[in-house]
Design a binder for this molecule. Structure first.
Ligand code: FES
Length: 105
């Protein structure tokens, strides 16, 4: 599926992500600035924080753990903030746009 990131440097990158891959892994693979994925997708680091800018269909609700971890994200969580290791590429998400939030100085 096609996924677009707006990196922490403001640049847009669009990449093809195979079905089933996590959007954190895909961001790291595509060197998206600001997505680190320190914990490897174990919901323990919040360095994969993204804000969902556009999505073809609403995402599944986040788990309580994900919501709790977002409180520890470096950039303040926004209403459509997600941890991208918890989003898997699925056909219906083709065209999703994710923004990497920046930490205000
Ligand atoms: Fe650590 Fe998502 S990669 S919480």
């Amino acid at each position: 599926i096609s996924v677009t990131w707006i990196g922490s440097d403001g640049n847009r990158t669009t990449a093809d992500v195979p079905l089933g891959h996590s959007l954190m892994e895909a961001a790291v693979y595509n060197s998206i600035p600001g997505v680190i994925g320190d914990c490897g997708g174990a919901l323990a680091c919040a360095t994969c924080h993204v804000v969902v800018e556009e999505t073809p269909v609403p995402l599944e609700e986040k788990s309580g753990t994900e919501a709790d971890m977002l409180d520890f994200a470096e950039a303040p969580a926004e209403p459509s903030s997600r941890l991208s290791c918890q989003i898997r590429a699925a056909r219906e998400l083709d065209g999703i746009v994710l923004r990497v939030p920046t930490v205000s100085a």
